[in-house]
Design a binder for this molecule. Structure first.
Ligand code: FAD
Length: 432
């Protein structure tokens, strides 16, 4: 029997339930990835995806298989490939967004029409999004999540045997070559390497994860988003101890937002809390300055510049910049989320919009009035000012924590800096 294994955001061979299931049930397997033009891309994500596909293809070739890549509608292409090789079986991983679930339903209908069986496996979260009743508050979700048994990890298949029929594959998208090498090389091999390095320092995570300049979080988010790493495998390998527990709790936050999107498909556009105010200001100048990292508030600008340069931002900086946009500038969280979605390598419909709603007070935060005072946050999480100086070169000459409030510097120093005054409408005095 022949099976088509449709890869989506599970671009790995280790602990890949869809691939394992295909190899178990069929003697011949066609691993397929379809580049869907309807899925939003960015130059950074295109590069990461191309590298991940190249790595996956190499892993499959080492096992005797290959990766077939096509462009177009994933359902139509899957059925076309199944027809070309006479496959009567299709396997793919379940996913959570409205778009992915519609794709799965369409695939089920198409398979039924061709008398082909469809197996949908878990694999994009630690626990399945419907394993628990829908939760809107994290703490009880976390408690219930910790009590659930985990599925068994799947080992990578030893061999992957292709059918004899010749298979057409399009060229891999060409990676965009930047100047310096990316801090995030795509693919399972790079992800596993980063994971094993990271696990040797996980003990310090509970103490260090908010240190902006120390930059001591795992930086695994793009690998988890594209499924170069299995979240379950990452959680299982983390082990015990306070550092590991704090880290696994973050993986639970990830699952939390995935189940939230699953049960509330309008999450990207509609406030989760119906009673939340929806009277955002309309200020293009402020939105533009925020995007460009030119608000005049150094800790905010540092985060926004890190995003533009690396396609990634430290979680603490995401909280500060998002709170600044929504709570201080009064601008709509959807505009902020859209900008993040354009630039982040780990841009994820569930995590991005869920976190934006949390910060904006429209979502799941049990203290929806909370806001992150940028100056106090800077003093706590970048006490020496190193994070700001790393990302805002105009301020490198300002020593120590003075860098956080350039408006307090003597006029002769201030006027020598090519750095804007804080945006009109947000008063530094109110941050003290
Ligand atoms: P670590 O601290 O090492 O955590 C390990 C993993 O846990 C992360 O890789 C991630 O998969 C998960 N995780 C950690 N914190 C969160 C969280 N708050 N919510 C969901 N998952 C979490 N994360 C994304 O993956 N994609 C996004 O598009 C995204 N947008 C965000 C937008 C805002 C406004 C905020 C405040 C947070 C957002 N996050 C998003 C969550 C978090 O900031 C990143 O996951 C984290 O910074 C990634 O760095 P890391 O891998 O070093 O994290």
């Amino acid at each position: 029997a022949v099976a088509v294994v449709l890869f989506t955001r599970d671009l790995r061979v280790h602990d890949n339930p869809a691939l394992a299931s295909g190899c178990r049930t069929a003697s011949r397997v066609v691993p397929l990835f379809v580049r869907d033009p309807a899925v939003p891309s960015s130059p950074g994500r295109d590069r990461f995806l191309a590298e991940s596909l190249a790595d996956l293809r190499d892993s499959l070739r080492r096992r005797g298989g290959d990766l077939v890549i096509r462009h177009g509608d994933p359902v139509a292409e899957t059925m076309r490939v199944a027809g070309e090789v006479g496959a009567r079986h299709v396997v793919s991983a379940a996913d959570v967004s409205a778009y992915a679930r519609r794709r799965e339903r369409r695939l089920a209908t198409a398979c039924a029409g061709e008398r082909t069986s469809l197996t949908v496996t878990p694999g994009v979260t630690v626990v399945a999004p419907d394993a628990l009743k829908p939760y809107r508050v994290f703490t009880p979700y976390h408690r219930a999540w910790l009590a659930l048994p985990w599925r068994r990890l799947e080992s990578a298949p030893r061999t992957v045997s292709l059918p004899d029929a010749p298979l057409r594959s399009v060229d891999l998208p060409v990676p965009v070559s930047g100047g310096s090498p990316s801090p995030f090389p795509g693919g399972e091999t790079a992800g596993r390497r980063r994971l094993s390095g990271w696990l040797s320092t996980v003990d310090r995570y509970a103490d260090d994860h908010d240190d902006l300049a120390g930059d001591r979080t795992s930086r695994l988010s793009p690998y988890l988003h594209f499924g170069c790493l299995s979240p379950l495998d990452v959680a299982a390998k983390a082990g015990g101890g306070p550092g590991a527990e704090a880290f696994v709790r973050q993986l639970c936050w990830r699952d939390f937002y995935q189940q939230l999107l699953y049960s509330f498909p309008a999450l990207p556009s509609v406030a989760l809390r119906a009673s939340a105010p929806d009277d955002w200001r309309d200020r293009d100048d402020a939105l533009e300055a925020w995007r460009a990292g030119r608000t005049g508030v150094p800790i905010v600008d540092a985060g926004m510049r890190q995003l533009a340069r690396e396609g990634w931002m430290h979680n603490r900086a995401r909280l500060i910049t998002a709170s600044f946009l929504t709570r201080y500038l009064g601008l709509d969280w959807r505009a902020g989320a859209a900008h993040f979605a354009r630039l982040l390598l780990d841009a994820d419909v569930a995590s991005n919009n869920g976190n934006w709603q949390w910060v904006a007070g429209t979502g799941t935060d049990t203290k929806p009035y909370r806001r992150f005072n940028p100056i106090r946050q800077a003093g706590r999480f970048d006490p020496a000012g190193d994070y700001v100086r790393r990302h805002v070169p105009e301020l490198t000459a300002v020593a120590g924590r003075d860098v956080h409030q350039p408006w307090l510097l003597p006029e002769r120093v201030r006027s020598g800096l090519d750095y804007p005054v804080p945006l009109a409408g947000v008063a530094p005095a109110s941050w003290m």
